[in-house]
Ligand binder design. Structure first.
Ligand SMILES: NC(=O)c1ccc[n+]([C@@H]2O[C@H](COP(=O)([O-])OP(=O)(O)OC[C@H]3O[C@@H](n4cnc5c(N)ncnc54)[C@H](OP(=O)(O)O)[C@@H]3O)[C@@H](O)[C@H]2O)c1
Length: 343
């Protein structure tokens, strides 16, 4: 057998666009101190400089995640903020402006999506961002930048939970709390894709949409106590935590002996591991890993149409405060995204 020579990774492809040299300063949504949504405002700051294996990306759109709001409010990863003003945000979709070296597989002009250095520093709510090359992938060609910016952190978390931790498979009975949120809507789709029987908690207005995504059963969390209608599940993915109506403690009662309880907002329930062990259930938490290889796999699923991203609302960069206020209302369907610049 003869191997066919591979195309050089640097071969120009039709998706590349023209890029200009970056300016010295840029617009960014920053905080000067932690606080409420109003702490976020637009400012002019220096364009960051990439070093070694980092890329410089011109950001077209930035996804918003609960950790951004927690950080702005003084929890989340706020302890890692080295200096103010600090641009927030981890998710982006944009265009490569500088690559680490000649013939890099992601040359200037390539549309990409991914995460800026996580969790140590944010900075995607800005016109330019430096990005570790291991946390980036080519943007799915079927998605706009706004759509792609809603994918990275939420989809990587969902993949880590459903595929790498729960090992979703045919016939597995999985309950996903908050199936309609950013992480949840990807988790429902990944679990169904790998053959699991998916039950999701979500409100009535999201029920038919959750069924379209692959949930076999939807339990309205506003009117039904889930433990009254479901039992003996193999896995619970808890994206709500224990601060809301003791969702975690009640979840332990409906998992079969030896089943798996995954708590995502781990800070919501100190001691969950002991409580789960006492209930005869295997416990674990989970923290997202910003892996570009996994993101490329997710991108192929998005391009194939097997998985979709749902964008609930789009705000302009200078409206980042309003976007955070909307996120903190707690009823986002899918994702909220900031439009940072033109394509
Ligand atoms: N550890 C990690 O690496 C990691 C990564 C990502 C996210 N997280 C955490 O995981 C949590 C979820 O993140 P997310 O991005 O998916 O949040 P999100 O998009 O803001 O979640 C909003 C959704 O939650 C639903 N919801 C709220 N309370 C509910 C309840 N009691 N039962 C069922 N659904 C409920 C809402 O539905 P309704 O409109 O029907 O209320 C809404 O659709 C957050 O705490 C986040 O910080 C952790």
């Amino acid at each position: 057998m003869r191997f066919r020579p591979l195309r050089p990774a640097s071969t120009p492809d039709s998706t590349r666009v023209a890029v200009a040299d970056p300016p010295e300063t840029m617009r960014a949504a920053v905080i000067e101190a932690t606080g409420g949504p109003e702490a976020l405002h637009e400012a002019t700051v220096a364009v960051p400089t990439p070093i070694l294996s980092e890329l410089l990306v011109r950001v077209v759109a930035a996804g918003i995640n609960p950790i951004d709001a927690k950080t702005r409010g003084g929890t989340g990863v706020s302890s890692a903020i080295a200096a103010y003003p600090a641009a927030l945000g981890f998710d982006f979709s944009g265009i490569v402006v500088r690559s680490p070296y000649e013939s890099h597989p992601l040359p200037p002009g390539t549309p990409v999506f991914g995460m800026v250095p996580f969790p140590r520093s944010g900075g995607s709510y800005a016109e330019y961002a430096v990005v570790p090359s291991q946390s980036v992938a080519r943007k799915p060609s079927s998605l706009s930048h706004v759509e792609a910016a809603g994918v990275p952190l939420a989809a990587l978390t969902a993949w880590g939970l459903v595929v790498e931790t729960a090992h979703a498979h045919e016939g597995q009975r999985m309950l996903i709390h908050a199936g309609s949120g950013g992480v949840g809507h990807f988790a429902v789709q990944f679990a169904a894709y790998f053959g699991a029987h998916v039950t999701a908690t979500g409100s009535t207005r999201n029920a038919s949409w959750l069924r379209e995504l692959g949930a076999s059963v939807v339990i309205d969390h506003t009117s039904t106590r889930f433990e009254d209608v479901i039992a003996d599940v193999d896995v619970v993915i808890d994206l709500v935590g224990n601060v809301h109506e003791r969702t975690g403690e009640r979840s332990l009662k409906i998992i079969r002996p030896g089943g798996l309880y995954i708590l995502v907002p781990t800070g919501s329930w100190p001691g969950y591991a002991d409580a789960a062990a006492d209930a005869g259930v295997r416990p674990t938490g989970y923290k997202v890993i910003p892996d570009g290889g996994t993101l490329a796999t997710v991108g192929r699923l998005l391009d194939s149409g097997a998985v979709q991203v749902y964008i609930d609302r789009v705000f302009d960069l200078n409206d980042a405060a309003a976007a955070h206020a909307e996120l903190e209302r707690g009823h986002t369907r899918g994702k909220i995204v900031l439009r940072v610049s033109d394509d």
